[in-house]
Structure formats: C-alpha cells, structure tokens
Design a protein. Structure first.
Length: 495
C-alpha cells in the first residue's frame, strides 16, 4: 500500500528514477538535493528514506515520491558515535584514518547489511514490477544492494560519490592504475603547486587504510548475491553505467578520470543562487543582532555529540575572545550551556548558509560565512586548541578575503562554463534513462579485456624484451669487438 500512488506515475517523456541513499543524515540530504534537480527537470523520482529523521527538514517536491523504510534509528546513531567518532576524539588524533578501527568497521558492516535488506527486499522488487523505472541512483551501489537490484530488474544504475573519490568508477572500468593518479585521495595541501614526492607517496598509501572498509562492504553483499544466484559482485557490476562525483576541477587538484565518471560538484547550488536566502528563526534574529560582527558556523558532523567533545569549552572561549558570533550544530540531547553570543541548533540549513556567503565550496574546504570547522579529520582537537587554536583561527580570519576571492572565482567558472555541472548532470541522466547505456562514453567491451590488454602491457613487454635484446646484443658485440681489437694490438706488439 505504501507505494500505491506510484502506479499513477506518468510515463511520457519524463523518466521514473529510483533513488536509494546510504544510511546517514548527510548522505540522505546530499542525494535528495540531486533528486530535486531531477524533479525540477520533470523526472518522477521515488526517494527511499532509510534514516530516521533523514528528510524531516526537506521541502516536499511534487515530482518526488517518498517511501519510508526506516532501518537506522536513534540507537544506531549512538553506536556510530561510540564505535567511530568518540574513540577518534579521545585518541587526540586529527587523522580520520584512526577512525577505522575494528569496531567502527563492524558498525559500517551493519549499515551495509541493513541497506542490502531494503534494496533487495520483496517490497522493492514488487515496486519495480508495478512501475517501469528507467534508472537507479544511489551511493556505494555495490555494497548496499543497488547494483544487485539493477541487475535483477534490468535497470541501469548511477553511482554517486558525495566526496572526491573515483574508486568505484576505476574498479568498474577495469582501470586500476588510475588510482595512482588520484592525488586528491589523501592530498589536502595547497592546490597552487604540484605535490611533492612524499605527498604523492602518502596519498597513495592513504588509500590502503580504507581496504578493510571495502572488504567489509563486499562481505555484507555476498549473502544477497547468493540469494539471487550470483557468484560475486562482478556478475552484477555491469548494471552500473554512470558515475557522478561531488567534484569539479576548478576546486580540486586535477587527476585522470574514467570516461563515464562525471564531476557534478556544486550542481545543487546552480539554479538556486539567484533566489533570496530565507533563514528560519532563530537564525534570522541572531544574524540581525550580530550585524557588524563576524559570524562563525561550527559543526562536527551528524554523529558527533557535544557532551563528548572535551575541547569544546576551550574552542568556545577562543571564538568568544575573538569577538565572534557563533552558530553551532548541537545534538538534540545536548545539555551544554552556551553564552548569548552562541546560537546552538540541532538542525542547520547548511546549504543556504553556504550559498549566502560563497556561491559554492567542496569537501573539507566548506568554510561557511567565516569558517566551518568540519568533519572528523578537520577538527581542532584539545591539544591543538590549547597550543595554537587562537593562531589557527586568527589566520583563517585574516586569510578570509583571499579565500573568498578564490572561491568566487572558482564558483563563477562552475556557473558560467558551457554546459555547466547541472546541465551535464541532467544530460547524462536523461541519456541513460532513454538508452539504458553510456556506450558513447565507454563501451562495455572494455570490461572483457584483462589489465594486461587495457594498458597494452603485453606490447610494452614485447618492446622491452626487444630493447633489452638489442642492448644485450650491442653489449655483446662491443665486448667481442674490444676483445678482437685487444688481440690484434697484442699480436702487433709481439711481432
């Protein structure tokens, strides 16, 4: 009954698109933003919500039909905090790699298990029987059952990466050597110079720390592959035809990309930038009272709990001392008391706050209004704040004008380039929906080639053998010639 209304979806020129997010608040809202773009273009979107409260602040859209399969609730969020975030904070490390402990990998395995349960369930399969879907859109599609769903229902799949990573596109295109070119995997240095040897080395080494995470995702998927008679993920990988990445070369260090990997970073900002920014109360009143002062947005991600951030008081003291007004994302259960210059909110219109200050920013560099201390790996931890917190924050404020200038320049490129990211997104999704493939970008026959054939290693090996043979013959001839000359000279001397 929950999808009875979907029977009446129009099947004219618009496409029916099934969207399945990963289990997480930011993951859900990121995909919902893409769904809004697709809905605005006239496509009919069925959006599956699996995260408790994941869409509570999202505005309804006439072309987005929501289905609730709640599999991730309050207690699960607490587990993610206890297993992943809290140990990282308590360790005093700013390196996100330290979050991937055995316990954290285990809870992520639970995420993958439950997502697979939803997207390979009989209810979803019945939905696909009742409605002709033209495409499936989701994140980490190999590990949450969407690639399986695509293979079973013969529906092309679009994989979306909300971060700057092309790992899935590399795997699916049988181009493993491309991973060595993706400096952005671990390189967080300045993008106005080439990375050094050690920065490139560390960037590649950074990737290996994620392998247990990928292995756990594959392990979670195996039972569901067996359920539908597939031996391994390679048998359903062909259903994934298009890869979208929250990235744009104007913002990030350039790297080689597979042909069907399309950067669509900032697409959600385009088309809305000219609309007036309207903040809800109490943000509007707070900004009015803060006129003439700099306002800082502080957020530590979906799962962080303020009560567990031992350095929070020190951070607040520094920001207040610098005469800043502060909007902080606070979990709803928090009992932390803040001064009048601080506005705590359990939910923030982060995209609008971002749009009000800079048109667009990506990844770890999302400084909103003044600066956003964001993400597990970007937080200033206790000892950092005690030793250099004021210096770091002052430096951020002093360099704000230069940062805004650079960000505006990059944002204008994204906005004004021919066929901007929003148009690119719509074109590729529309093409896939109509034709069911992206063969004009990459022919699936390439998947039948081995890595040796893809990189022409057999030809290179033959050439190398030939060159070595010529060198060996040349050296042998030189040695022989030297011996002959030496013998002749010796004979002449003896005579």
């Amino acid at each position: 009954m929950k999808y009875m209304l979907l029977f009446f979806l129009p099947l004219v020129q618009s496409a029916n698109i099934f969207v399945g997010p990963l289990l997480g608040g930011s993951h859900t809202t990121a995909l919902y933003d893409l769904a809004v773009i697709l809905g605005d273009a006239g496509h009919n979107v069925t959006f599956v919500n699996v995260f408790e409260g994941g869409l509570r602040k999202m505005k309804p859209h006439p072309n987005i039909h929501r289905l609730d399969f709640i599999k991730w609730e309050g207690e699960d969020k607490n587990l993610m905090w206890k297993m992943c975030v809290q140990p990282l904070i308590e360790s005093g490390s700013t390196d996100i790699i330290n979050m991937f402990t055995e316990d954290c990998i285990s809870i992520w395995g639970t995420v993958f298990d439950r997502a697979n349960e939803v997207y390979t369930s009989q209810e979803v399969l019945d939905l696909f029987t009742a409605v002709k879907f033209h495409a499936i859109l989701g994140e980490r599609v190999d590990n949450i059952g969407l690639a399986i769903l695509g293979a079973v229902t013969d529906t092309p799949v679009i994989s979306y990466a909300p971060s700057i990573s092309i790992h899935d596109a590399i795997n699916h295109n049988n181009l493993p050597m491309l991973v060595t070119s993706q400096v952005s995997i671990g390189f967080q240095g300045p993008y106005d110079r080439p990375p050094t040897f050690m920065e490139r080395f560390n960037s590649i080494a950074f990737f290996r720390h994620f392998l247990p995470f990928f292995f756990r995702g594959a392990e979670a998927t195996n039972p569901f592959l067996e359920k539908f008679g597939y031996a391994d993920i390679s048998e359903v990988a062909g259903s994934v035809r298009l890869f979208l990445t929250n990235d744009h070369p104007a913002f990030t260090f350039p790297f080689l990309r597979p042909p069907n990997e399309v950067p669509v970073g900032c697409a959600t900002m385009l088309g809305s930038k000219d609309l007036p920014v309207e903040f809800p109360e109490p943000i509007t009143s707070f900004l009015e009272r803060s006129e003439g002062k700099k306002v800082v947005l502080v957020t530590f991600g979906t799962y962080a709990k303020l009560v567990g951030l031992g350095f929070l008081n020190t951070l607040m003291d520094i920001l207040v001392e610098l005469d800043l007004r502060i909007i902080i994302k606070s979990d709803s259960s928090s009992t932390v008391k803040f001064p009048e210059s601080v506005l705590p909110m359990s939910w923030l219109p982060q995209k609008d706050l971002l749009r009000s200050a800079l048109k667009c920013a990506l990844d770890a560099y999302d400084y909103t209004l003044v600066v956003e201390l964001k993400g597990f790996g970007e937080m200033l931890l206790a000892e950092d704040i005690a030793d250099r917190g004021r210096v770091v924050i002052r430096s951020m404020l002093e360099n704000l004008d230069r940062y805004r200038e650079n960000m505006k320049y990059a944002s204008d490129i994204v906005d004004q380039e021919p066929g901007n990211v929003k148009e690119r997104l719509l074109f590729h999704v529309d093409h896939l929906s109509r034709f069911g493939n992206m063969d004009y970008l990459v022919n699936q026959i390439i998947r039948e080639q081995s890595m040796v054939e893809v990189y022409n290693l057999d030809i290179l090996l033959l050439v190398l053998v030939g060159v070595v043979a010529v060198l060996v013959v040349g050296v042998w001839g030189l040695v022989r010639g030297c011996k002959v000359v030496c013998r002749k000279r010796k004979t002449i001397k003896e005579e």
